[in-house]
Design a protein around this ligand. Sequence first.
Ligand SMILES: *[C@@H]1O[C@H](CO)[C@@H](O)[C@H](O)[C@H]1NC(C)=O
Ligand SMILES: *[C@@H]1O[C@H](CO)[C@@H](O)[C@H](O)[C@H]1NC(C)=O
Ligand SMILES: [Mn+2]
Length: 507
Amino acid sequence: MVCTRKTKTLVSTCVILSGMTNIICLLYVGWVTNYIASVYVKVQEPMAEKKLEEDKGDTLRIIERLDHLENVIKQHIQEAPPKPEENPAEAFTDSSLFAHWGQDLSPENRRIALKQFQYYGYNAYLSDRLPLDRSLPDLRPNGCKNLTIPDSLPEVSIVFIFVNEALSVILRSIHSAIDRTPPHLLKEIILVDDNSNNEELKEKLKEYVDEVNTRKPGFIKVVRHSKQEGLIRSRVSGWRVATAPVVALFDAHVEFNVGWAEPVLIRIKENRKRVISPSFDNIKYDNFEIEEYPLSAQGFDWELWCRYLNPPKSWWKLENSTAPIRSPALIGCFIVDRQYFQEIGLLDEGMEVYGGENVELGIRVWQCGGSVEVLPCSRIAHIERAHKPYTEDLTAHVRRNALRVAEVWMDEFKSHVYMAWNIPQEDSGIDIGDISERKALRKKLQCKTFRWYLVTVYPEMRMYSDIIAYGVLQNSLKSDLCLDQGPDTENIPIMYICHGMTPQLQL
Ligand SMILES: *[C@@H]1O[C@H](CO)[C@@H](O)[C@H](O)[C@H]1NC(C)=O
Ligand SMILES: *[C@@H]1O[C@H](CO)[C@@H](O)[C@H](O)[C@H]1NC(C)=O
Ligand SMILES: [Mn+2]
């Protein structure tokens, strides 16, 4: 699952720094993202060009300085990081893993913990040492306990998908699901292993599953992909195996809180066209403490990255913190009627790896006659990793998936997605694959327009009109300089080394 609560991007964080640090930061960002700045719109006479001519002397000196700094930084980047063995007593003190945890570990254990952290993106060393059945603080709003539970509710199958996840983290997800779902409502647990190469996920996980299944035959089912399919197709693989009338699709690094299931099953029983997300809290990646998150709806920006949103005004007016929150989209984990999920077209299996499928599902459900909501009384804690365990460049996949959504669902608003990613609408050079099936699905289901969706379901989303051109404004005298927004505090545009990221994108 993609969403984090960080409001600033790496780049805007860079820009609020000053001077030398700023430049190092931006170059670092450019380096890690391997970003190539590009210009799609030639503007006749950029104002900045004229300005540059007027104070050429100053500017050239600045350019020289920037060139010099760039070389310094390149040298830094090429240097290998210092070998930890050289100074074991102070090893790894600068990792974020040790900011709030592990001060009294021995150097050897620090080394082990750090290695696992780098692999998993969370503190697997600590997870291995915490009980699988630990309790969680009950973070439900007042009134949730008073919810009247009908005698008969549909059963649920819980699907956990994972690739190279720490075994103890998966087992804690399973334990919390079993411990905090009423046994008569939990039909089965399905584990989808997206071709992990991690050995302990083969033998040891099988031992655990076999042991549970000797007590409850067929209760845990395991699906293993023979090649990596990405989390989108992994969710669908899990759904295919599920047999309960309701299916819950989750990451395998979560802990279910008390009473999570009943409110969800009540809402789906009332209306099977509701797709439900629980409210998320955070399991901190370093010390595994639970951090309470405010109640939120789930949406996205024009790049189709997910975002948490303030609940709509209509919800605040109810003054009832247990009431369902209408949500434009989903951040990735959700519960759905098994048959209905098929009727509306599962997930877009033409998407690759990661990202965008949650937004697509939300838009599709709304436009095609269903609804999406977040339930305050159903709470799940989820580990927000410090970094993703995938080695590939995720951004390229997210962008490709976003363009599929734009082309199939967004009508005239698809321009907004191209604009947000700063790519031309014609001949973008990005192969988004075959979308004819998804377009046929939209036609078959007689779905509403994206304009209807924006006005009715997602009025918070900003619409742009009268955009003449977009891209970066590149200087024609010194072509590696671009117009940039400059430091947040000053509101003065500056010329800067072209990095092509948000602060340099002009509309
Ligand atoms: C919930 O129930 C308890 C006891 O049954 C009662 O004291 C309390 O006022 C109720 N709360 C709400 C919000 O209805
Ligand atoms: C608050 O919302 C819940 C869930 O929809 C509902 O059951 C309850 O009756 C509402 N309470 C009030 C006081 O309206
Ligand atoms: Mn996740």
